[in-house]
Every structure is written in structure tokens, then in C-alpha cells.
Design a protein. Structure first.
Length: 117
């Protein structure tokens, strides 16, 4: 019985679902999670996600935390994870503050895509 319990525990540990967190800011720098304009914590969803682009809510900076062996993140300058002009989706790494600094441009971070690996 002890062997079976140990085997089941080991199997459960291997199949643990990883979650990801993402925080985004209007400013040209990443602040803290408590002052973020947009946040997702503990998500396991994949797909394309659009930021809410109401007046004054343009996303210029974001930071995501995720297991790079399980997820890939890309940011896009247009809704629905589409390219804008010459700017295609840009892959980001975990824990890195990504900033789009062209304040006077209409090009900001409009969407992001999460892909399971």
C-alpha cells in the first residue's frame, strides 16, 4: 500500500498544471502588481487575449511570470494577435519588463498570445 501511495503522489507531482501571471501598466515602466492597470494571476488558459483599450488605458509596459518549458508568450501591436505594419508579435521571457516607449504613436501593446509547449 505504501508503494502505491508513493507512486500516486509522484504521478500527481509530475502532472501539476503550471499557471502564469501577467501584469501591465500604462506607464513606460513596470511597477508593482498592486499598481498594475491590468492583471491576470494563476491562469492556465492559452490563446489570444486583447487588452481593454478604453481611453487612457494604453498598455506600454508589461511583465509576465511563467514556466518557459511549458508556455510561450508573445505581445502584439494590434488586437487579436495580429501584426501592425512592420511590427510582428514579439516573444517575451519570464520576469522581464517589456516596454513599448513610443508615447506619441498609436502603436502600443494591444494583445498577447499564450501558447502551451
Amino acid at each position: 500500500m505504501h508503494f502505491l501511495q508513493t507512486a500516486l503522489f509522484a504521478l500527481a507531482a509530475v502532472n501539476t498544471v503550471s499557471a502564469w501571471d501577467l501584469f501591465a501598466w500604462h506607464s513606460k515602466s513596470c511597477g508593482t502588481s498592486s499598481d498594475s492597470l491590468y492583471d491576470v494571476e494563476g491562469s492556465t488558459e492559452t490563446g489570444c487575449f486583447n487588452f481593454d483599450m478604453e481611453d487612457g488605458y494604453r498598455i506600454h509596459a508589461l511583465k509576465a511570470w511563467f514556466d518557459e518549458d511549458k508556455f510561450e508568450f508573445q505581445i502584439y501591436p494590434a488586437a487579436d494577435c495580429k501584426k501592425e505594419g512592420i511590427w510582428y508579435g514579439t516573444e517575451i521571457g519570464t520576469g522581464t519588463c517589456e516596454v513599448f516607449e513610443e508615447w506619441f504613436s498609436d502603436v502600443v501593446i494591444y494583445s498577447f498570445k499564450v501558447t502551451a509547449l
